[in-house]
Structures are given as C-alpha cells and as structure tokens.
Design a protein around this ligand. Structure first.
Ligand code: TXA
Ligand code: MG
Length: 313
C-alpha cells in the first residue's frame, strides 16, 4: 500500500476519509477511548483487511460503531435493559453485546459468526461525524497491531500501522484513554471487559453485574492472557522498585514516569497507554515496574490492562 495519509479532523478530512471507506479502504479515527481502525462493517473485504492489517486472530469479533440510535436499532435487537443502558451511557465509552438483528446486513467477519453483535455509539465528535457522513456502521478495533499497546494519539497509530492502512484522522489525544466497557446482555448482564464507564456507575442502574469471559476460551481479545503488551517485561504492584528497573508511579513518590502525580484515576487512564509506550522507548532492556493502582472506578480498567501487559507472552 502507498503511504498512510494523515487527515485533518475537518470537513475536507472527513470527506476524504469517507471516500476511502466507500472504496473498502481502512481509516483510523479518534474516539474518546482509543483510536479505532475503521472499515465498512457491511463489507467482507474491508473487514478482512482489518484483521490482516492488525494481524488479529479471526475468532475475535469486532465492535460495530454507530452514530445514532436509529443505526444501532438496524443492527441489534434492543430489549428494555438495552434501551435503559443506551439512554444512560450513550454516546460514551460503553459497548453492548446484543442479539443481532435478522436484517443487520453486517459482514459475518464482524461477529465471527456469533448470533450476537457488539455495538458502540462513541461520544467523540469526529467519530460520530465520520460514521454519520459514511452513512453506515464502521467495524473498528483499536488501531494497533494485535496484542500490542492501544493507541491514544495519531502518532501511536502511525508507529504501528503506517503503510498498512489508507489514512488516519488526527483528532489529538484521546480523553478517556482506556477502551470501552463491554457488557454482554445475556440471561444475566455480564461484564466482559472493564473500561471507560465504571462498574459502579453501571451497577447503580442495573444492580450487580455477573463476571463474564474466560481467558482460556476467548471470545474477546481483551480476554486473551497477554495483550496490551509493550516490548519490555512488566512487573506490577511494585512498592519496592529495584535500581535496575524503569519505575512508573501513581501519586507521590520517586519514579521515572508518573501516571498521575495527584493520584487521580481519570488522569492515570488518559495517560496509561502513552506512558507504557514512553516507558518502552526508555527501558533499554530494563523491566518496567508499575506502582499499585487502586482497584476501584477506572482503576479496574487500568489494572485489567496492566495485568494483560504483564502476562506471560
Ligand atoms: O473503546 C473501544 O471499545 C475501542 C474503540 C476503537 O471503540 N475498540 C476496541 O475494539 O477496543 P477491540 O476490537 O480492541 O475490542 C473489542 C472487544 C473484543 O474484546 C471483542 O472480542 C469483543 O469486543 N466483542 C466483539 N463482539 C463480541 C461479541 N459478539 N461477543 C462478545 N465479545 C465481543
Ligand atoms: Mg484492542
């Protein structure tokens, strides 16, 4: 493929991006969580290109991104529980796994032939404008090579996928910084991946969530044991960093890089993937030692990503 174009998040950039998407090409775009690698969710060719560009295992289904509820209702069947969650948290960093609508028209590669489909209505204005101008759902995994650190800036996308995708829309840094929370609306409401909407916020609406997913039989790459991994080895809960380690801190205390000097989880989530990339560039063979992060609120999503980053490869 030719060089990857960097597009501005304006009318001209969106116009070019839509033309590329209509031609079955891939365009990375900003969302409030991480950058997505977008392709036409109704095109087998475009979706196959997503798996190819990422080197992603084909049994891992993709999220269909929509710009409004009307588009969402064409893809999935919404029961009262789904309607209530959508009304409360959309647009925003929540993905709902729902029964696929019989006339959804999605490529079977999006769902990996499951009867369900994962849907997300992002809050980022550029993401919504792009999907709306395209006029249909975009399949979009995180815009990074499979297994690596997710991208929260356009240059992260370029570092991993330059030359493998048609374009990236540069919308600046992502504000949330961790991927969407995924809920499976099955017999029980199951937490499939902690993310940008906290479990506490969701449970205030739904009552206690069941814990779904199984790392040994993954139906979500976020459930694979090793994921989000930098090149360097990672050690967690490091209260006693060693002299030969690169130290990532949280809150007060000596360190090389700090997720949030004030100890704020929102700031730490927004900084997480950029700091992991920076640490990787600085590590030079050293292990990255990461301070403990409280396991509440966004800390659950942060710790989930860190455990996978530290998992045996
Ligand atoms: O914040 C996000 O969700 C980002 C941005 C780009 O929107 N996207 C993202 O996509 O994280 P990805 O592909 O990295 O993760 C999507 C997750 C995977 O773990 C996948 O297996 C799961 O969604 N998933 C998709 N369809 C599913 C289904 N039908 N049942 C269960 N899990 C599903
Ligand atoms: Mg990902």
């Amino acid at each position: 493929m030719d060089d990857t174009q960097i597009l501005a998040p304006d009318a001209d950039g969106l116009h070019r991006a839509v033309a590329l998407l209509r031609g079955g090409q891939l365009v990375a775009f900003p969302t409030e969580t991480v950058y997505g690698l977008g392709g036409d969710a109704r095109s087998d060719l475009a979706v196959a290109r997503i798996y190819d560009a990422k080197g992603r295992p084909r049994f891992n289904p993709l999220i269909a991104h929509v710009s409004d509820m009307a588009m969402a209702r064409q893809l999935a069947v919404f029961d009262d529980r789904a309607e209530a969650l959508a009304a409360r948290f959309w647009p925003g960093p929540l993905t709902l796994v729902l029964p696929q609508h019989p006339n959804a028209g999605l490529s079977p590669y999006v769902t990996a032939e499951l009867p369900t489909v994962a849907i997300r209505l992002p809050a980022h204005p550029v993401a919504r404008a792009l999907i709306s101008a395209f006029g249909g759902p975009l399949a979009a995994p995180s815009a990074n090579p499979s297994g690596g650190v997710s991208p929260t800036r356009a240059d992260h996308v370029m570092a991993g996928l330059s030359g493998r995708i048609a374009a990236v829309i540069d919308g600046g840094p992502c504000t949330v910084g961790v991927e969407s929370t995924i809920l499976g609306l099955f017999a029980a409401t199951e937490l499939l991946r902690p993310g940008g909407v906290t479990v506490e916020e969701i449970e205030a609406l739904t009552g206690p969530l069941a814990i779904g997913g199984d790392a040994t039989r993954p139906n979500a790459p976020g459930q694979l044991a090793s994921h989000y991994a930098p090149n360097a080895a990672v050690r967690l809960e490091a209260l006693d960093p060693r002299a030969d380690e690169l130290r990532i801190g949280f809150g007060a205390g000596a360190c090389d890089l700090n997720l949030s000097p004030q100890g704020e989880l929102i700031e730490a989530a927004a900084n997480l993937f950029h700091l992991l990339r920076s640490a990787d560039a600085l590590a030079q063979g050293r292990t990255i030692a990461i301070a403990p992060i409280p396991d509440t609120g966004l800390g659950r999503a942060i710790n989930d990503r860190l455990r996978r980053a530290a998992a045996p490869r």
